[in-house]
Design a protein around this ligand. Structure first.
Ligand code: ADP
Length: 271
């Protein structure tokens, strides 16, 4: 599945503001994610990252501003018409359904033709290395495997945009690093799919993202490649959160990266 059959789209936030009960939690966000790019939304808890992601998914309606996917203004479009796949922290698979049924659920809901469904399910499961587990139930899988199935479910609809909200935070450290390597491989195999990756973990963002959007207090503080932000942070907040004022790189070698004592193996182990 090259590019997931996806239309190249990309994401554009145009002055997007979201408020809850008069409390602005996302303040005039301007940000573009290019087609095929991984953009990490990085920031501390409560900084507005998930809200930005949910505005793309269509689960929150901006008070003002527009959201574009490719050349479509999707601001008023319901979630299922946006052509996006989404994976959240707790894989949220249906426990009473086999892996295959969990993955084909979204296809049936989208009224994909019956004859196409088995092929699409197999393709998505193989993409995440879970082809052999189609008949298992979620409880028979490890946390990492369940999260891979959740990713397969999102990819089965062949999204142009994949939204990942802290997808690794429920996993233990070993599974996390294996999954991070898996996500890097997926990104290479899906060159047309834009990925918006919400995390509070600097190492994940620095490792996986083409560019990082740094959020704090409902606002975009900085945006750039990992190298730019790390070496030449534009704001004090970036310097303290992601720059060399905070993280001391020890090694960025083949197979592993270490920041401030946080070591990350980039091997593709069992996850
Ligand atoms: P992050 O993902 O960076 O942790 P969020 O986008 O989840 O931040 O939340 C940003 C702010 O919006 C927080 O202060 C949070 O409490 C508030 N918030 C999020 N969702 C809701 C909601 N449904 N109702 C009221 N406040 C919310």
């Amino acid at each position: 599945m090259t590019g997931g059959g996806a239309v190249r789209s990309g994401i554009r936030f145009d002055q997007v503001t979201v408020a809850y009960g008069g409390n602005v939690v996302l303040d005039r966000l301007d940000l573009t994610v290019e087609p095929g790019e991984v953009m990490a939304l990085l920031g501390p808890s409560g900084s507005g990252k998930t809200t930005a992601l949910r505005a793309v998914a269509g689960f929150v309606r901006p008070a003002s501003g527009r959201v574009h996917l490719g050349d479509r203004d999707v601001t008023a479009l319901p979630p299922h018409k946006r052509g996006i796949g989404m994976v959240v922290q707790q894989y949220a698979l249906f426990p009473h359904m086999r892996v295959r049924e969990n993955v084909d659920f979204g296809l049936k809901a989208r009224k994909v033709h019956k004859s196409e469904i088995p092929g699409r399910v197999t393709e998505a499961l193989e993409l995440v290395g879970m082809g052999a587990y189609a008949e298992r139930y979620p409880r028979e899988l490890s946390g990492g495997q369940q999260q891979r199935v959740a990713i397969a479910r999102a990819l089965a609809i062949r999204p142009g945009v994949l939204l990942l909200d802290e997808p690794l935070s429920a996993l233990d450290a070993r599974l996390r690093s294996g999954m991070l390597a898996e996500l890097a491989r997926l990104h290479r195999e899906l060159p047309n799919v834009s990925i918006l990756y919400v995390t509070h973990d600097q190492v994940e963002a620095l490792t996986l993202a083409d560019r990082i959007a740094v959020m704090d207090k409902a606002r975009l503080q900085d945006c750039g490649t990992p190298q730019e932000l790390y070496r030449r942070p534009r704001t004090e907040f970036t310097a303290s959160f992601v720059g060399n004022a905070n993280l001391l790189p020890v090694t960025v070698g083949s197979g592993s990266v270490t920041f401030a004592g946080k070591r990350l193996e980039l091997s593709t182990g069992e996850a």
